[in-house]
Design a protein. Structure first.
Lengths: 298, 153
């Protein structure tokens, strides 16, 4: 009897230890056909770095707010997304498609939303994060509802939940690829918009990413030893060197507080000036476009 | 056999319950309701946390999250808590040049549960949700919402 109790309690203890240890994030290569490297990374560090990156809808909201006309031709074609084979491409593609879905959401393009939801669902299934992507509800909202706010909310929370699950299941490399996909697609859209209609605000969105790219590289460099990261990271480092000529200076100033109804608005006095040339902007924009197009045609 | 079942149940409680408690956050319904308080602003992300009861006056309770903000964008920050702890919790926005003790803004400083911030420097900022000084006798949960209001025209 005592043996039986001991045996059962041991089983419970074993099960309880599964997934409970967050002391280190051991990352195995996700693809059977890819080289398997084990990288020991502090999960708290990687979580903090990844979680800080912008939402997949932010760049789209920015572009829409600048009154740029809608253009589907700049998005990742869903047929291309169907060709993403390895988990490396799928995770990167999941980020890019999520940014594109954000774009379609803010421009309220319902037919295209369903098309992109279907592509994302396929990738989410393959990466085993589909339980965080409520395809049926999202599709119903896209087709039958006028509540775009709810659709946007659910799209963004699904993205964050899938990303969090990848990290919880020790696949931080895929999570890093997702945020890379979101960032790159956002910058690609900004670069394409700027080619169509150049304006100071769009230019500054692109050249103003200098420090954010440094943060992204800090994440990506953690995975340098993993198959296929090395090649991609080299391209991002080349992009970072193009920002060397961009000078961002912080200027002090007095804060301004304005009351607007029940909202308090803070306008910081401290601000930045960005110095760059047309050549810097062109080089950066072209490099972003090149990296993005290379990655989706892997 | 009954004794074994009871023993297993008790052991399971001790093993699983504490983990569940530390992970407890506000329910998704509360997060969604809070996000809707942003009006036409577009939801970007949430900061969902559980705040444990304060045991001593020196304990700093709460959570902080790094967040990248983009220059030229007007953001909205909203704090939602259960009614019982409505005036006990604060949301603070700070960065490396404006530390948490001297932040950009907070719901406590602005004396409301929401405030807007026009970002003038792209980079990493921090959002924290903590009990106000002298508050927090009982545990609660709290949600912060970050949303996009628009480009500063």
């Amino acid at each position: 009897m005592v043996k039986k109790i001991f045996f059962l309690l041991s089983i419970i203890a074993i099960f309880s230890s599964c997934g409970g240890d967050d002391s280190s994030d051991v990352i195995d290569g996700p693809d059977a056909n890819e080289e398997i490297n084990r990288v020991e990374i502090d999960p708290e560090k990687i979580n903090a770095l990844i979680e800080m990156f912008p939402s997949p809808i932010e760049m789209a909201a920015t572009i829409e707010d600048l009154k740029v006309p809608y253009s589907k031709k700049n998005l990742v074609p869903t047929e291309t997304a169907g060709d993403f084979d390895a988990n490396f491409e799928k995770a990167l593609g999941l980020g890019m498609l999520s940014a594109d879905l954000g774009y379609l959401n803010v421009y309220k393009r319902k037919n295209a939303i369903v098309e992109y939801l279907t592509s994302i669902k396929r990738i989410a299934d393959a990466l085993d994060v589909d339980q965080f992507f409520d395809f049926q509800t999202l599709k119903r909202l896209a087709t039958n509802s006028t509540d775009m706010q709810k659709l946007m909310y659910l799209s963004v929370t699904s993205y964050h939940d899938m990303d969090a699950h990848l990290r919880e299941t020790r696949r931080s490399d895929l999570s890093a690829l997702m945020i890379t996909g979101v960032w790159l697609e956002g910058q690609y859209l900004a670069a394409k918009v700027n080619q169509f209609k150049s304006d100071k605000k769009t230019e500054e969105i692109i050249v103003g990413q200098k420090d954010i790219l440094k943060e992204l590289l800090e994440v990506l460099d953690m995975f340098n030893e993993k198959a296929r990261f090395d090649g991609m990271n080299k391209q991002f480092h080349e992009l970072a060197t193009l920002y060397d000529n961009v000078k961002i200076e912080i200027i002090d100033g007095e804060d301004e507080i304005i009351k607007e109804g029940d909202i308090t608005l803070l306008i910081p006095g401290e601000h930045t000036t960005i110095e760059y040339t047309q050549e810097d902007l062109d080089k950066i924009s072209n490099k972003i476009i090149k990296i993005r197009n290379n990655l989706i045609s892997l | 056999m009954k004794k074994i079942a009871i023993l297993i149940a008790i052991t399971s409680l001790f093993i699983f319950a504490p983990q569940e408690e530390t992970k407890a956050q506000c329910k998704q319904q509360r997060v969604y309701k809070c996000a809707r308080q942003g009006g036409n602003a577009i939801y970007l992300r949430d900061f969902n946390t559980k705040l444990r009861a304060v045991r001593s006056s020196r304990s700093i309770n709460g959570t902080k999250w790094p967040v990248v903000l983009n220059r030229g964008t007007r953001y909205r920050f909203i704090l939602c808590t259960p009614i019982k702890s409505r005036n006990d919790v604060k949301l603070t926005l700070f960065d490396s040049r404006h530390p948490e003790t001297k932040p950009w803004n907070s719901t406590e400083k602005s004396n409301t549960d929401k405030f807007d911030f026009i970002c003038k420097r792209s980079g990493v900022y921090y959002v924290s949700i903590r009990f106000k000084p002298g508050k927090g006798r009982s545990k609660t949960c709290a949600v912060g919402i970050l949303s996009f209001v628009g480009k500063n025209q």
